[in-house]
Design a binder for this molecule. Structure first.
Ligand SMILES: [Zn+2]
Length: 197
């Protein structure tokens, strides 16, 4: 009978304290990116990497920008597999904006980052325009050490808003947009957009 004794790499990992994973979710205009930028601003910029998906070009191609206009430089990726090679030694904090754009592999990537002792802060929409949650976000919530839920102000009645209302027609399935196409609504004032074939 053999006994697994673990590798030197395992021993090294155990000596490195685990990183903290924080997930920030909410509807559009709930301040998710502002909160991400606030957390990044308190860290050494040389040790921070922020990722965004290439599909998200709303305010900038290579920066994370809040609806309020604050920003920081970001590395643009077309999938989660591009993140680990670009997280170099010395990085202590990884930010991910709009994680719902990423594939399921992001869950494994986040777990590997925190095993390296790297803190990870992710933002994500809580649900899509039809009120459906994102499976990848639910899985991220299961591994997160902290899950922060933000709300906006309902554009119709002023109550707390946790839904994103599509206000313009959806053309060719393109859902990426800003204030010209979306506004925050409470559950009572929100309605699902019509689907056009
Ligand atoms: Zn309302």
């Amino acid at each position: 009978m053999s006994v697994s004794r673990g590798t030197a790499d395992d021993d090294t990992r155990e000596r490195v304290s685990r990183g903290i994973v924080t997930l920030i979710t909410g509807c559009m205009f709930s301040g998710k990116t502002t909160e991400l930028l606030r957390r990044i601003s308190g860290a050494d910029s040389c040790r921070v990497v922020v990722f965004k998906h290439v599909i998200d070009t709303r305010y900038s191609i290579d920066a994370v920008v809040s609806h309020g206009g604050k920003s920081c430089d970001a590395l643009v990726v077309d999938g989660s597999s591009a993140m680990l090679p670009r997280t170099t030694d010395g990085v202590s904090l990884v930010g991910v904006d709009e994680a719902h754009f990423l594939d399921d592999g992001i869950v494994e990537v986040v777990d590997r980052l925190r095993r390296r002792g790297i803190d990870v802060v992710l933002t994500s929409l809580n649900c899509d325009s039809w009120g459906h949650s994102f499976s990848v976000v639910e899985r991220l919530g299961q591994i997160a050490d902290a899950w922060i839920v933000l709300t906006a102000t309902c554009a119709t009645c002023g109550d707390a808003a946790d839904r994103t209302q599509r206000t313009t027609p959806i053309i060719d399935g393109n859902m990426v947009g800003g204030a010209e196409s979306y506004e925050p609504r409470c559950t009572r004032c929100w309605s699902a957009p019509a689907v056009f074939a």
